[in-house]
Design a protein around this ligand. Sequence first.
Ligand SMILES: Cc1cc2nc3c(=O)[nH]c(=O)nc-3n(C[C@H](O)[C@H](O)[C@H](O)COP(=O)(O)O)c2cc1C
Ligand code: SF4
Length: 396
Amino acid sequence: MKTPSDRNSMTFASITPNEGLKIAVEKGRMGVLGELSESGLKGRGGAGFPTSVKWNLAAAAHDTKKYVVCNADEGEPGTFKDRFILAEFADLMFEGMTIGGFTIGAAEGIVYLRGEYTYLRGHLETVLEQRRKAKLLGKNILGKKGFNFDIRIQMGAGAYVCGEETALIESLEGQRGEPRNRPPFPVDTGFMGHPTIVNNVETFAWVASIIVKGGKWFKHIGTEKSTGLKLFSISGDVERPGVYEFPMGITVDQLLREVGGEGAKAVQIGGASGHCVHQKDFSRKIAYEDIPTGGSVIVFGRQRDMLAVAKNFLEFFVEESCGQCTPCRIGNEKLLEGVELLEKGCCSMKYLRELCSLGETMQIASKCGLGQSSPNAFLSIVKHFQDEIMGRTAIE
Ligand SMILES: Cc1cc2nc3c(=O)[nH]c(=O)nc-3n(C[C@H](O)[C@H](O)[C@H](O)COP(=O)(O)O)c2cc1C
Ligand code: SF4
């Protein structure tokens, strides 16, 4: 049985501090990119973009200034694994960012820290200061001439959409945190118009670990398309909630056994913007090719009201939509109104079908990932729990 949130049981605890940075300098840029490519590491922030591809593009970009940005916004409901890394393995994460600076040729790193994590800032600044004193940040790092890199922390102000990488960059630049049109992508035109890699907290920690243990080691864990290990934030109706490390490709069933959640009727994987998985599908894999996730797993026991779950998530999206595009700004409100009709037992099957069609339109027509994914929970709950939610005297 696994113990939640036990730092010593995590792979990160077994990595010798700054070993990865030393190896990176020895191997050179191409060596680092080769290991990352071999590892198959995909971003741990949710979208699952291959890290080596992103870093290759930024390394190849011609500019005198480049940036490394760590996305520590962690606003997805039900996720708290980045907070755990920031508290327990900040040094490893900063090491991964420094390897990023070395690889793409950036001299500045920025941690975009979630406003609610202000209490962690003092700890993070202390770790940064220790790294400067140890010459692991600053000029000519590890005695390598021209390897200059430092990291600063900038606070977010609590908007969920600012976790989206282009909204995050807008916010870093002091603008309203609204997503940009893509392309151009940040690797080409990022912070202040310069090539920028934006990666999740956990991604940077895995980069440092992979450079120490090797791309092959990581590649042989998990599935062919979803390699390696992953941290999961487990909450809800389980005996042992907390942060766990599991291999990618673990089935929902296996995960529930590890955390004491065997009696669940549904599991929300990927947070409010993820999918609600019904008990009949618990043999499915948590992997990019099956059920993708940034690490949030919320378990619902038999007693849970699934319409209340859908309502809770939609209230969140109505609040957090930046309002820039119509499908998301109006669509989430309409879905929430629909849920309120369902609560009162005044939603016809015809109208429910129209709401589902609206949700599908939002998935296609919204400008950014928020609106594209906000109907997911509603749609999967309607699909799997129609009898439960229509059981409130439906009108045809
Ligand atoms: C609405 C929204 C919120 C997001 N929030 C986060 C977040 O809090 N942390 C994060 O790492 N990625 C978040 N992302 C994904 C980022 O846009 C981006 O894909 C990620 O930071 C890239 O890092 P990775 O490749 O290491 O995963 C969010 C995306 C969307 C659409
Ligand atoms: S999808 Fe929503 S959050 Fe994204 S740009 Fe449109 S209104 Fe803003």
